[in-house]
Structure formats: structure tokens, C-alpha cells
Design a protein around this ligand. Structure first.
Ligand code: ATP
Ligand code: PRP
Length: 344
């Protein structure tokens, strides 16, 4: 039964116990770089909703789903704890969350506290369903171009500004352990010599303002980094947006349905359909150029000795494939956009 938006608003303070009338909860970043690409995916997957101004929940009109708009950094927590079934966020955010869980677990074990990894007999944590291919960037260690630091280990014992405090702590724990000749500093809790300073944004300003000697922050084009007079000296994580699911979803069949639809949209965005005619004697060469996802579809033509080929080709490889096809005598090469897909 659909709930009125006023009722939804009343329930936003207590999402999990109410489960919004049994709806599957799907978390989308409430702002930022990933949001528009998420909306495009939802549209492609025919997940229809209307978001009321400033409301962080929207009921999906054509499926028993409620979208919840949450900060990208919090989505792994909600999905991992099982209050939310599905979510889209950056791989970096999932890694940061997991590093935080590892750190907490180590601290609790060290103090003899028991940390259950199950709730109600079901496992905690989230799983990656699908790499969505957008939101690509790198979490990098950066230092002033004009300074004396050239390698990440030069920063041991120094001040590091970052929003990714747990990943940065693990990274420097490993470096420190290496320097001290230990196996792995992330396994045994030791006091970190490097000081990790938590910043929530504009991290690149930290060095110029004297708050940090180096930073750990995201780099896409590198413009922000260079504008701040910084350079990257190492990569902590390579990231893209991912679809994650809870290890204990409320409705596993619906999770699979949504995952299949989103997978279809992603495939459609990534591939084009290439059609051409080629002499049968050169089919093996042409098929090697366009092998398709599984195999190309071959149809006999009326004209003796010729076949028509239809094959999915990655968009980024299509220009080269057309050049190569021309060389093996293919003709009437057509490239068509794929609107949607369901492939295996
Ligand atoms: N420059 C970028 N290029 C590509 N993807 C990025 C970039 N910056 C961030 N991302 C991706 O988007 C995710 C969310 O970052 P974004 O800066 O949009 O978040 P936000 O919710 O607006 O947070 P904040 O308020 O801290 O900026 C990141 O974790 C990362 O996966
Ligand atoms: O390499 P670039 O293409 O320049 O992108 C990198 C910048 O993008 C992100 O910041 P965002 O713009 O989200 O703002 P923030 O600093 O407030 O997080 C990131 O934190 C970098 O600052």
C-alpha cells in the first residue's frame, strides 16, 4: 500500500522498524558528483519517482521501493547495517567504511569486547553488486610541489589532512610497519606516529594554510590539486561508483530484479551494436575484430558467399573496430545505440 508523502515525512526519523510499508529501501547520494548519473540510471531502469522539495525519501510509483537520499559517505553504513537494502556510492566510501569497521573491531578485540558480526542471526555488511563505471577518480597522497617530500614514506610522523581518516590511517600504519621491518601494521594495533587530521572538505587548502604537510584526497582531472600547488606521490584507492546490497536484504528477489535492470542500463551505455556485411571467406577475421559479448550473430545474405554480422562492441573501441573491419573488406558498417539490454 502506498503511503502518503506526509506519512513518509513522519516516518523519516524511524526508517528501519517501519520499513515504509514493506518497501525495499534504495539509497541514492543526496547531493554531489554521483547524483545526476544515479538519476539517469534510475530513469533507464524505469524506476519512477517524484521527490518532494527537501524530502529525503521518495516512493517509487511503479515498484514497491522507497528511495532514500543520504550522504554518499553514510550509504555503506546504512546498507552494511541492513537498514537499507541497496545503495549507490563510491567504492572509496565503501573502503573507508570498511577500514573504520576494521579499526573499531581491532580496538574492541584489544579491550576484550565481543563484536557480533550478525544481527538477528543474519550477517552484517554489504556486498558489491556491480561496478557502475561512472564517478571514476583516485584517492591520492598529495604533497606541495615546491616542498621536499618526494615519497609517501617521507610523510611518516608528519600531519596528514583528509576526509578519509580510516584509509589514511591504514595506509600510514602499513608504511610505518614497513619502515620498522614489521609484517603488517594494519593487523596489530599500534600507536600511529603519523598524525591524521580529519577535514570535511576543501582538503587541498590544508597544506597552504599550514594545517598539514600532506593530504589524502580525491583526484579526477587533477585541476584542483595543481591549482593548490600540490602533486600526487601515491594512490591509496582507485574508485568508481558501485551498486551495493545488504547481506540481509528485506526482499532478495526485488534486489535481483533492480540489479538486473541496472546492469542492463550500464551495458547499454557501455556498448553499441555494430552491423556489417562481409564475405564468408573473411568472416573469421571479421569475427575476431567484433567477437561480441558471447559471439556475433551471423545471418546468410541472398548474395552468394556473403553474410551479415551483428555484434556488441564497447563504445570506446568502436572507431578502431570500424577501421579494422574496413581493412578485411567489410561493407555497409552501421553502428547503432543500444537503448537498454538484458545480457549475460
Ligand atoms: N572529482 C571527482 N570526480 C569523480 N568522482 C568524484 C569526484 N569527487 C568525488 N567523487 C566521487 O563521488 C563521491 C562523493 O563525493 P562528493 O564530493 O560528490 O560528495 P559529497 O556528498 O558532495 O561530499 P562533500 O560534501 O564531502 O563534497 C566520492 O566518494 C567519489 O566516489
Ligand atoms: O581532480 P579534480 O577534477 O579537480 O577533482 C578533485 C576534487 O573533487 C572533489 O572535491 P569536490 O569538488 O567534491 O569538493 P570538496 O573539496 O568540497 O569535497 C575532490 O575532493 C577534489 O577536491
Amino acid at each position: 500500500m502506498a503511503l502518503s508523502l506526509v506519512a513518509v515525512e513522519d516516518q523519516t526519523t524511524n526508517l528501519a522498524p517501519l520499513r515504509l510499508g514493506g518497501r525495499l529501501l534504495f539509497a541514492i547520494p543526496k547531493k554531489g558528483r554521483l547524483q545526476q548519473a544515479c538519476f539517469n540510471l534510475l530513469e533507464g531502469a524505469d524506476i519512477q519517482f517524484r521527490r518532494e522539495n527537501r524530502l529525503d525519501i521518495a516512493l517509487v510509483k511503479n515498484l514497491p521501493i522507497a528511495l532514500v537520499f543520504l550522504p554518499a559517505a553514510d550509504i555503506p553504513t546504512f546498507v552494511g547495517e541492513g537498514q537499507v537494502d541497496l545503495g549507490i556510492t563510491g567504492f572509496d566510501q565503501v573502503q573507508e567504511h570498511d577500514a573504520g569497521v576494521r579499526s573499531l573491531t581491532r580496538a574492541r578485540r584489544a579491550s576484550g569486547e565481543f563484536t557480533p558480526d550478525q544481527v538477528d542471526g543474519r550477517p552484517k555488511g554489504c556486498e558489491t553488486v556491480l561496478d557502475l563505471g561512472f564517478g571514476g577518480c583516485k584517492l591520492q597522497v598529495q604533497v606541495p610541489q615546491k616542498g621536499s617530500y618526494r615519497e609517501a614514506k617521507d610523510l611518516i610522523g608528519k600531519n596528514i589532512g583528509t576526509s578519509f581518516v580510516h584509509l589514511a590511517a591504514e595506509y600510514f600504519a602499513r608504511l610505518e610497519a614497513e619502515q620498522d621491518g614489521l609484517e603488517d601494521g594494519t593487523l596489530t594495533p599500534r600507536k600511529l606516529r603519523t598524525k591524521i587530521i580529519e577535514l570535511s572538505g576543501s582538503v587541498e587548502a590544508a597544506c597552504a594554510l599550514g594545517v598539514a604537510d600532506g593530504i589524502v584526497d580525491l583526484v579526477e582531472s587533477g585541476e584542483t590539486m595543481r591549482a593548490a600547488g600540490l602533486m600526487a606521490i601515491d594512490t591509496v584507492v582507485d574508485t568508481t561508483a558501485i551498486l551495493i546490497k545488504s547481506k540481509r536484504p528485506s526482499n532478495p528477489e526485488l534486489v535481483e530484479l533492480i540489479a538486473a535492470r541496472i546492469r542492463g542500463v550500464i551495458t547499454a551505455q557501455r556498448y553499441v551494436l555494430c552491423q556489417y556485411n562481409v564475405e564468408r571467406s573473411r568472416l573469421a577475421e571479421a569475427s575476431a575484430i567484433t567477437p561480441g559479448k558471447r559471439a556475433p550473430t551471423i545471418t546468410a545474405l541472398e548474395e552468394n558467399g556473403w553474410v551479415a554480422v551483428s555484434s556488441m562492441v564497447e563504445k570506446k573501441k568502436i572507431a578502431l573496430a570500424m577501421d579494422e573491419l574496413t581493412k578485411v573488406g567489410a561493407t555497409d558498417i552501421l553502428v547503432l545505440d543500444i537503448h537498454n539490454s538484458r545480457t549475460s
